[in-house]
Write a protein that binds this ligand. Structure first.
Ligand SMILES: *[C@@H]1O[C@H](CO)[C@@H](O)[C@H](O)[C@H]1NC(C)=O
Ligand SMILES: *[C@@H]1O[C@H](CO)[C@@H](O)[C@H](O)[C@H]1NC(C)=O
Length: 354
């Protein structure tokens, strides 16, 4: 009995220190250690927020300083790999066609939980796939990075055929010149619905008003990633219908997100959950001939002159580091940039590229 208690205590201690390590590591991962930064950054006003990602920064700036060239072969190869594993062209979203009444949905964030599709749930699904077999000529995926501030990229972004934005970002006011206004698809994370709009169980008008700037775009919700997202996403659909908004709610297919997770893991991305940004990049790579990324830059200084930038172009809320490994994702995106598969924009759009 006493032996058992002892080994239980040891286990708890070991587990505790393991967890602390993991936590400590993720905390430390972003912190400054100026002596480890590349020489030209040592005197920067804000020498980066990275310790673990020092190498990433060096590589990034090195790659980015070379002229970009689209490489058709690399693009086709990557795209067909992505397509054959994830089938985003037909499976990215839940539709009435691919998810009939009676089918079982498995949550991609908690695989033990399933949901049987009832007629009530079914009627919240879009009828058909929104852009079947279509390849857009140029797509812009707009991340919300502080790097967009004063970028003058608005017109360039709006000139894309299809514009994807993440997590209901503000577009009105002074932002338009730098981030544009055109939106064809916008995502909404449950955290913003809960935090900013009281889960739509109180006044819903502020939420509806925030949707005006997105016109008749698709409003993409991860309704079946975690069970708690489902009622929330249903309330979005009901609210949009009740207020007769032109926006079209649409749900991520958890099967697609699951295969996307596996795909990026095979590319070296070992993290708990993909960020919305990389999900949108994946979607764009399957649907667009030319993929342009704006506002993707996970560091707290500008790559051009190292001035301090905020985490988002509209606020300085920090990302959930327990979930996402932004610098690692970014390194992958940079790799695709240097292979000519997609194009990252880190500079100002008006006065030529960085
Ligand atoms: C899309 O392509 C598939 C296979 O090529 C075809 O079976 C399907 O009918 C197409 N869908 C539309 C709406 O054109
Ligand atoms: C953006 O530009 C304005 C006007 O030139 C300037 O006042 C402001 O400080 C700039 N903001 C940043 C974050 O660089």
């Amino acid at each position: 009995m006493r032996g058992q208690l002892f080994s239980l205590m040891i286990t708890i201690l070991l587990l505790g220190s393991l967890l602390t390590c993991v936590f400590w590591h993720s905390l430390n991962n972003y912190h400054v250690e100026p002596q480890k930064l590349p020489p030209h950054q040592k005197n920067a006003p804000h020498p980066g927020l990275c310790k673990g990602c020092r190498e990433v920064i060096i590589k990034v700036l090195e790659h980015y300083s070379k002229p970009w060239k689209r490489q058709e072969d690399n693009y086709q190869k990557f795209r067909s790999q992505l397509r054959s594993q994830c089938h985003g062209d037909t499976k990215a979203f839940i539709t009435q066609g691919n998810t009939p009444v009676g089918s079982k949905i498995v949550y991609d964030g908690e695989r033990k939980r399933t949901l049987e599709v009832t007629p009530d749930i079914f009627r919240t699904f879009i009828k058909e796939y929104p852009f079947p077999n279509k390849t857009f000529d140029a797509c812009a995926v707009v991340g919300n990075g502080g790097i967009l501030i004063n970028s003058s990229c608005g017109n360039r972004i709006d000139s894309a055929q299809f514009v994807i934005r993440c997590n209901l970002p503000p577009l009105a006011g002074g932002y338009k010149e730098h981030v544009g206004i055109k939106t064809n698809l916008v995502t909404a994370n449950p955290s913003i619905l809960v935090g900013k709009y009281q889960s739509l169980i109180k006044y819903r008008r502020p939420f509806m008003e925030s949707l005006h700037s997105y016109g008749n775009s698709l409003l993409l919700l991860p309704a079946f990633s975690f069970a708690r997202n489902t009622p929330l996403s249903m309330r979005v659909v009901y609210t949009v219908e009740d207020f007769q908004s032109r926006i079209q709610p649409i749900f991520f297919n958890p099967l697609y997100l699951q295969s996307l997770g596996a795909f990026w893991r095979s590319q070296g991305l070992k993290e708990l959950r993909l960020s919305t940004g990389i999900m949108m990049v994946s979607l764009a790579l399957e649907h667009c001939a030319n993929v342009h990324l704006y506002g993707f830059w996970p560091f707290s200084f500008h790559p051009h002159d190292f001035h301090t930038i905020t985490n988002h172009y509209y606020d300085d809320k920090k990302p959930n580091k327990a979930f996402h490994a932004m610098p690692v994702e970014f390194e992958l995106l940079m790799r695709l940039h240097s292979q000519g598969v997609l194009r990252l924009h880190l500079g100002e759009c008006g006065a030529g590229e960085l």
